[in-house]
Design a protein around this ligand. Structure first.
Ligand SMILES: Cc1ncc(C[n+]2csc(CCOP(=O)(O)OP(=O)(O)O)c2C)c(N)n1
Length: 684
């Protein structure tokens, strides 16, 4: 079995063990160049799997790079989707694509997405990124092969932390039950995950006994010994009647001294200097033209940037945040506000925080950082969002105040049924954090960009939903939800730094919107900060100023709405009422109805698929008796029924049309309608 020409059966190349070892070195080198060019990505786990990947793609798997869809090919599934760069360099080395092209990794429009997307790159079998799903896909493919009488194998690569996902064990049970001997699973046992050592985060061993109990044949090998790797795969091909799992003991960061066994290198890319050292250590500095490759990445980026800019709505000047001396604003990630609230208000003995192996970056770890007395109220659940959600329900039922969080798509979508039945139907006091929401996880790509989570949580009876606009509001909202609000509650916040547009003095009342208005002062008058040009009040205290239009926004779209209001005033002389509906459920209907009646034009702005906010606002507008017969003009800004892409967060705000410029353009469209509409509207 090997790389072959599918038509003639001629073997393209037979890799010896020595050649495989050498190829793995080259692949490690290209992998790190690509990560360096991307400025993000997963160094540790791509290096630990690389010897296995080299053996699999270059010698073990039966496939044809010139004919990636050959029906009889072996399938290789990367259930551990974050190891995508290792997949890409494997495809490059095998000839499915040009190895050098991999340096466009994680850049806007690149086929080398942050997590694999089979629709973008031939040779990728399936799209992954949400851990724990690959083995189930393998079961489906294995069953299809059986139905069709096909002989090919399905290889499935997983991490050891990934074994914490319950779905892995459902699939393991199915493969055992159906005697799927066409499945060969590999677990990259590097013993580390994000929050630390697997044994400390949530022990998974003894994996051999567990798989054996599910009816699998188990092989345990040194995952960096090329002979053992090749032997194990050959043996796996011969074994009949049961699925096979290869447990490969590996070292995270293998091959680069300062990355080996270091948890910090899980999701980190080397800088230029570190790359140089790494290439020298790997012995490939002379064979990889790193400078040229990095230049190539830059050219891709330049082309992507100009294509993107060409699509942007145009105004007479650049109004982007911190452009020039005007538009100055402080930036802080909203997630920091969440961490601060947990650190400050977590002393309440009822508060219990649950870790889902992403604790540092979503800031839930701030709950216990430097506070050993809270250690017993910190519970690491591993990568197991579904079970943890139901466990939180159990804690809440016993009087605790549980808090859990992950990427919003994993803490509000993957676990939706647990949220629905265990938490919401039982009306329990669980605080769920939807972190890294919207486009702000940028280069990770579509799998990690929660653009649908609000549909899920807003549809749940009893659930309260808050989407704060900046780090300061996030802290206030988290405090309120944690200690004062009783019942299921969801708080959604972003990863990247976003403008701070509220202060300690800004009102925050759950369920009550704020109105934000640009005042006479502003950047062009030398006001030090952009936000000094605005005034914020509780909507209920606000008196009509006969503005031309209203923008209703939540989350990081509030600063964008403020910027749009500024653009609309400066460029067109329009006055805008910005309504910050930080609480989407229960939403402040009164503020929205008043804004519609008083301005006649409503633009909604959400960093989400259009509809979570727009749908709610539309329903209010169409079902409020006060507005019957009034010609209200509405428009929606948000993501237009598409998945995201890899790219920098600010690029994605442009690409997915959720920037202030897009809000302003939509507002202008509506103002044109208003200008030509009935006299009643034109004077509204
Ligand atoms: C369902 C899901 N939850 C959380 C994540 C975020 N995440 C990405 S990698 C990772 C750790 C994976 O650990 P492991 O399987 O041991 O992989 P390795 O250490 O080899 O990189 C986590 C939690 C995810 N991608 N999918």
């Amino acid at each position: 079995m090997a790389l072959r020409d599918a038509e003639t059966g001629v073997i393209a190349k037979e890799f010896s063990i020595e050649e495989l070892k050498d190829a793995a070195r080259t692949m490690r080198g290209y992998n790190l160049v690509a990560l360096c060019a991307a400025g993000s990505g997963h160094a540790g786990g791509t290096l630990s799997i690389m010897d296995i990947a080299a053996a699999l793609y270059l010698r073990v798997a039966d496939h044809d790079p010139k004919n990636p869809a050959w029906p009889d090919r072996d399938r290789i599934l990367w259930s551990a989707g974050h190891k995508a760069p290792a997949l890409y360099v494997s495809l490059g080395m095998a000839g499915f694509c040009a190895l050098g092209d991999v340096v466009t990794l994680r850049k806007l429009g690149s086929p080398f997405q942050g997590h694999p997307h089979w629709l973008r790159l031939p040779g990728v079998e399936i799209s992954t990124g949400s851990l724990g799903q690959g083995l189930s896909i393998a079961v489906g493919m294995a069953l299809a092969a059986r139905i069709d009488g096909k002989q090919h194998k399905i290889f499935c690569l997983m991490g050891d932390g990934e074994q914490q996902e319950g779905q892995v064990w459902e699939a393991a049970m199915e493969a055992g039950h159906f005697h799927l001997d066409n499945i060969v699973a590999v677990v990259d046992c590097n013993r580390l995950q994000i929050d630390g050592w697997v044994k400390d985060v949530m022990g998974v061993e003894p994996l051999a006994a567990k798989y054996a109990a599910f009816g699998w044949d188990v092989l345990r090998i040194d995952g960096h010994d090329m002979s053992q790797i090749v032997d194990a795969f050959e043996q796996a091909r011969q074994l009949k009647g049961r699925p096979v799992v290869i447990l490969a003991d590996t070292v995270k960061g293998k091959g680069v001294s300062f990355m080996e066994g270091q948890p910090g290198w899980h999701g980190k890319a080397p800088n230029r200097e570190e790359l140089n050292t790494a290439l020298i250590e790997l012995g490939v500095a002379d064979r990889i033209a790193a400078d040229d490759l990095l230049e190539r990445a830059k050219s891709w980026q330049a082309a992507a940037t100009s294509a993107l800019e060409a699509k942007m709505p145009r105004f007479s000047q650049n109004y982007w945040w911190n452009a020039g001396d005007t538009m100055r604003v402080a930036m802080e990630p909203t997630r920091k506000g969440f961490g601060k609230a947990l650190a400050e208000f977590g002393e309440d003995e009822r508060v219990v925080c649950l870790g889902l192996d992403i604790s540092g970056s979503i800031t839930i770890a701030d709950f216990y950082a430097g506070k050993p007395e809270r250690a017993r109220r910190w519970i690491s659940m591993g990568i197991a969002e579904q079970s943890a959600t139901a466990a939180a329900a159990g804690l809440a039922r016993e009087g605790k105040l549980p808090v859990l969080g992950s990427y919003a798509t994993f803490s509000a979508a993957r676990n939706l049924d647990q949220l629905r039945v265990s938490v919401c139907y039982s009306n329990l006091n669980v605080l769920v954090a939807g972190a890294h929401a919207g486009v702000s996880v940028g280069p990770d790509g579509a799998t990690h960009q929660a653009l649908e989570d609000l549909f899920a949580v807003m549809g749940l009876p009893n659930m309260s939903v808050v989407v704060p606009c900046d780090a300061v509001e996030t802290r206030k909202a988290a405090r309120h939800l944690l200690l004062d609000h009783v019942g299921p509650k969801y708080i959604r916040f972003a990863r990247e730094a976003t403008p701070v547009v509220t202060s300690e003095a800004t009102p925050f009342v759950l369920g009550k919107a704020n109105v934000i208005r640009p005042r006479g002062r502003g950047p062009e008058f030398g006001t030090p900060e952009f936000i000094d040009a605005f005034e914020t009040r509780l909507a209920v205290d606000y008196r009509d100023e006969q503005e031309d239009l209203t923008i209703v926004a939540c989350g990081p779209m509030v600063p964008e709405a403020m910027r749009a209001a500024w653009i609309l005033r400066k460029e067109f002389g329009y006055e805008t009422r910005v309504v910050n509906v930080h609480t989407l459920k229960p939403i402040d209907s009164e503020a929205i109805v008043r804004a519609a009646r008083e301005t006649g034009v409503i633009v909604t702005a959400e960093e989400h698929q259009i509809g979570a906010l727009a749908g709610k606002v539309s329903l209010i507008l169409t079902s409020s008796a006060e507005l019957y017969g009034l010609p209200i003009i509405t428009g929606a800004v948000g993501v237009k029924d598409r998945f995201g892409d890899s790219g920098a967060p600010w690029e994605l705000a442009k690409e997915l049309e959720v920037s202030a410029e897009h809000i302003a353009a939509k507002a202008m469209e509506l103002m044109e309608v208003k200008r030509h509409a009935t006299p009643q509207l034109a004077t509204a």
